[in-house]
Design a protein around this ligand. Structure first.
Ligand code: AMP
Ligand code: TRP
Length: 332
């Protein structure tokens, strides 16, 4: 029996990079679950507010992300989907874990150092304690595995340290969780600068395909993707990063191996190839978008989120009671 936990922040519009690098992997993972396994996927709204958010936009983003997840194929019969703030034990365990974390180890986190520099109106203390809240998210469900991107490895390392520290200070309580890092090939690059990651915070719209882009937009963005001038389709990320990126996108989308694609397109020109890449993306995203729009209109989304909250709360309450008892803060 194993437990998986992962959270996603409801900030910015999701890109094809998020889909191919993370969401598609979650869907694949859900299909490997066995009887008794649990997979908790939550929308990390408490993490999002560690930097200033516009409340109405945040509320929409939470709902939108939930709909995207279901539309992409996460199945509420197999996984537990919920909103972090609705299971109040997250904040509570996050606080309790703060009592065993050190300021020094938090100040060393790379993501904190990066994000801190971008703050113009003061750095919130929650930005510093963000990784402790994340540790709480994971330990609350006693996770064995945490599927995350490479950038979250350091936070996972901290979670492992905190789990061990708690266990040695108060007796064996938590599993020490392992990261499940997305496999390679799942790093989708910017369409305008293929040496940079496709990122939802990129101000240049043309550099990203967004999950909710319409057909014409997708075609236009792929047609204007930066390539090179030698006219040969081969996989060479160093010298031909643009073509390599399009091959990666096509392969990750259609699940056809890259060498087969290279062979198929060896006599094709860039515009034919690009047209096929665009079409493959459109074919992949169209049903997702249709389902997304449907989900936003029905009661189904709320039902799934309510059910997710109830199930997650049950597990969370159990852990929290145990933790408090060990720390000596329950009357009995
Ligand atoms: P972020 O957009 O940084 O909040 O990341 C959310 C998830 O999507 C993480 O698991 C990332 O590793 C993944 N992700 C984001 N951008 C890309 C990309 N360009 N290629 C592959 N995976 C990505
Ligand atoms: N910090 C993660 C990110 O920015 C999101 C996250 C919050 C998370 N809590 C988590 C991921 C717990 C995995 C497990 O991507």
């Amino acid at each position: 029996m194993k437990t998986l936990v992962s959270g996603i922040q409801p900030t910015g519009k999701l890109t094809l990079g998020n889909y191919l690098g993370a969401i598609k992997q979650f869907v694949a993972l859900q299909n490997t679950l066995e009887e008794g396994d649990e997979f908790f996927v939550f929308i990390a709204d408490l993490h999002a507010i560690t930097i200033p958010q516009i409340p109405t936009e945040l509320r929409n983003a939470v709902k939108s992300l939930a709909a995207v997840y279901l539309a992409c194929g996460l199945n509420p019969e197999k996984i537990t989907l919920f909103i972090q703030s609705e299971v109040t034990e997250h904040a509570e365990l996050g606080y309790l874990m703060q009592t065993i974390s050190y300021i020094g180890e938090l100040e060393r986190m790379t993501q904190y150092k990066d994000k801190m520099q971008k703050q113009t109106q003061g750095v919130s203390s929650a930005l510093l304690t963000y990784p402790v809240l994340m540790a709480g998210d994971i330990l609350l469900y006693n996770a064995n595995f945490v599927p995350v991107g490479e950038d979250q490895k350091q936070h996972l390392e901290l979670t492992r340290n905190l789990a061990e520290r708690f266990n040695s200070r108060y007796s064996e309580t938590f599993n020490v969780p392992n990261p499940l890092i997305t496999k390679t090939g799942a790093k989708i690059m910017s369409l305008q600068d293929p040496t940079k990651k496709m990122s939802k915070s990129d101000p240049l719209e043309k550099s990203c395909i967004y999950l909710l882009d319409d057909e014409a937009t997708i075609k236009r963005k792929i047609a204007s993707a930066v390539t090179d001038s030698d006219g040969v389709i081969s996989y060479d990320p160093v010298n031909k990063p643009g073509i390599a990126n399009l091959l990666t996108i096509l392969s990750a989308t259609t699940l056809v191996p890259i060498d087969e694609l290279v062979n198929k397109y060896k006599d094709a020109n860039y515009s034919t190839f690009k047209a096929d890449v665009a079409e493959a993306i459109v074919n992949e995203l169209k049903p997702i978008q249709a389902r997304y729009n449907e989900l936003l209109k029905t009661q189904e989304l709320d039902n799934v989120l309510n059910q997710g909250r109830e199930k997650a709360s049950y597990f969370a309450r159990k852990t929290l009671t145990k933790v408090k008892r060990k720390m000596g803060i329950l009357r009995k």
